[in-house]
Design a protein around this ligand. Sequence first.
Ligand code: CTP
Ligand code: CA
Length: 224
Amino acid sequence: SLRAREHLPLQGKRVLITAGPTHEPIDPVRYIANRSSGKQGFAIAAAAAELGAEVHLIAGPVQLPTPTGVHRHNVETAREMAAAVDAALPADVAILVAAVADWRTADSAQQKIKKTGGVLPALRLTENPDILAGLATDARRPELLIGFAAETENVIAHAQAKLARKGCDWIVANDVSGPNGQSVMGGSDNAVHIVTRDGVESWDSLPKDQVARKLMEKIADAVR
Ligand code: CTP
Ligand code: CA
């Protein structure tokens, strides 16, 4: 009912979320990718919509259903993701969960690359735009700007360095080597550390949808 909606904590707020991997073409049939499933980002989009936000989800190539009430924009490459983020601004909150490919090929082939008698093709790479760092210095910078960091060692130290380097407000860090050696990427649980300039809050491993709800409640408190 209308009356119930008035009490939702993110009513009237625009929330921008990136999720999933990006694919960077090598030739028409091959690409560079990573193991991101998009599950955590999609769960965060669902939780933001449940709290009443207007949610814009910029999704890399994943086969996940669009959460109820979420505006989804599908992209393939990092440059397409950067353009879609730009087009979705302004936003009150941005949560960049996507595992953006750091590199793309400097010159992707127009035709399928063929084997040529033992001569190996060389992939020349070039760096992709950093969407998070770009948002941090944008005139339309969201009031609350949050990055994610997947690390395999020194999780908190790397996250603190990343917070400073990227100019965002929070880094949600997780150890993708995972508790008990399980894999987080593609899995359904996630143990995260919320790293801010005020300190570190570490949460026990939870299903990704519960991490999402808890994170969105913390965000709602911060922008209230
Ligand atoms: N990110 C981004 N654009 C990129 C790379 C990363 O927006 N080209 C965002 C991610 O969505 C994430 C945060 O930046 O929110 C941190 O990503 P991460 O890959 O951990 O950081 P990098 O600076 O790429 O460092 P690393 O060398 O550890 O990969
Ligand atoms: Ca990276």
